[in-house]
Design a protein around this ligand. Structure first.
Ligand SMILES: [Zn+2]
Length: 413
């Protein structure tokens, strides 16, 4: 079924997997780089689109190349605040009412003015300003529309090296000269976990979750157990990039070793060929059991269609994306952008892509959208989260009625 473009835009949406450093405005990146004397390969939007932020990428390496420039300009408090503000505003204009912005603070620490606390405060200032401006609108005050809310997720890196990552990581290696690299990596994650809990509690910031990002292969979840246990015992939520580049086994480890509440991507969840572990004799059976377990536990998968399409050249038709089987198996899923700039996308574009290529009835669409709010790491008490979700559902129904999108009786979820 075809849905009007304006309907998709107006329904209240979420983005639970949204990297700050992959989602800058291109014009702002150029301006900010000039102010901070960060060298770019081009200073025009067209030039950067041709050289860095492409429509299609030949490899994951090429896709990740742009982060080098965005992280360089974000090592500045003013740029961090501005980028966070603009990211929230751009989402509001797309009808997105709730975002969880993620990034790796340790990639931005410069050992000078930027420390983890000043970074988290700058990002929060930008998001908070955008939230206040939006919620001062008459429609929100008069309860005709739900307000805009946000949370912040901190990413630990699965892998970082002695050089080329950030001044912080380089220094961490240099002061732990005699430690094995993996010990330094584990230490980095644990330090981040402790910093995030302490900064959240001391400053009252909506730091709602811990994430694990970066190279999956060779860096299993178990290495980060201590960091995840720490946040778990401090009432912080947990998400993990898993099955983005590695197999179902990596997804299994994220939920069993790290107690993940949500999972990023799970692109290779249903791919038996990717499982290398010789102890898994019946790969199909393993996948069936794992998928059923995830569904039963309502561990929500943050699906990023465009991003997966761009980083997996083997996926020639989006209809073959594992999202199809996730829907068939009744997994809990939510649509996300991953990187608005690098993937040249928005939540509305992702929803449209899903509707154009997969079987999604009006009722299923409503469930899919509302699930983003229900499975969010909402910064507030549970009864507040429920009240917010109710307002969102009421508004969704109002918009659906306006566009005459009638729910099918037989709900597929
Ligand atoms: Zn991601």
């Amino acid at each position: 079924m075809k849905y009007p473009e304006q309907f998709i835009k107006e329904i209240p949406k979420t983005d639970l997997h949204l990297h700050l450093d992959g989602s800058l405005r291109l014009g702002s990146l150029i301006e900010m780089s000039q102010r901070c004397k960060v060298e770019l390969p081009s200073y025009s939007e067209e030039g950067l689109k041709e050289l860095v932020f492409k429509k299609n990428y030949s490899s994951l390496k090429e896709y990740l190349h742009g982060f080098m420039y965005t992280c360089a300009v974000l090592r500045d408090l003013e740029n961090l605040e501005r980028s966070s503000y603009e990211l929230a505003v751009d989402n509001q204009r797309d009808g997105v009412r709730y975002i969880e912005v993620r990034f790796a603070p340790q990639l931005l620490v410069d050992n000078q003015t930027l420390n983890m606390e000043s970074i988290m405060l700058a990002v929060n200032r930008g998001l908070e300003r955008a939230e206040k401006e939006f919620n001062q609108r008459k429609e929100v005050i008069e309860d005709l529309e739900p307000p805009f809310r946000y949370g912040i997720i901190a990413c630990a890196m699965r892998m970082f090296g002695k050089s080329n990552f950030s001044p912080y990581y380089t220094k961490l290696f240099s002061v732990h000269h005699y430690s094995e690299p993996i010990e330094v990596i584990k230490m980095g994650a644990m330090e981040l976990a402790q910093a995030m809990v302490k900064i959240r509690d001391k400053k009252g910031l909506p730091i709602v979750g811990l994430d694990l990002a970066g190279q999956e292969e060779g860096y299993p979840a178990e290495y980060f157990k201590e960091a995840y246990d720490f946040v778990h015992k401090n009432f912080m939520h947990k998400t993990v990039h898993a099955g983005e580049a590695a197999s179902a086994k990596s997804i299994f480890q994220a939920i069993t070793d790290l107690n993940a509440d949500r999972l990023g991507h799970c692109f290779f969840l249903f791919d038996p060929a990717r499982i290398q572990d010789p102890s898994i004799a019946d790969k199909e059976d393993y996948i069936e059991k794992l998928a059923s377990f995830i569904a039963e536990k309502r561990v929500t998968i943050e699906v990023c269609l465009t991003s997966n399409f761009q980083t997996n050249p083997d996926l020639t038709d989006i209809r073959n994306h594992s999202f199809r089987r996730m829907l068939e198996k009744r997994l809990s899923v939510t649509l996300c952008t991953d990187n608005r700039l690098i993937s040249d996308t928005t939540v509305s574009k992702e929803v449209t892509l899903a509707l154009d290529n997969f079987e999604i009835t009006p009722s299923a669409l409503k469930h899919l959208i509302v699930y983003g709010f229900k499975r969010s790491f909402f910064p507030g008490e549970y009864y507040e989260k429920r009240a917010y979700s109710r307002r969102v559902i009421g508004y969704y129904e109002k918009v659906a009625k306006k566009y005459n999108i009638l729910e099918d009786r037989e709900s597929s979820h």
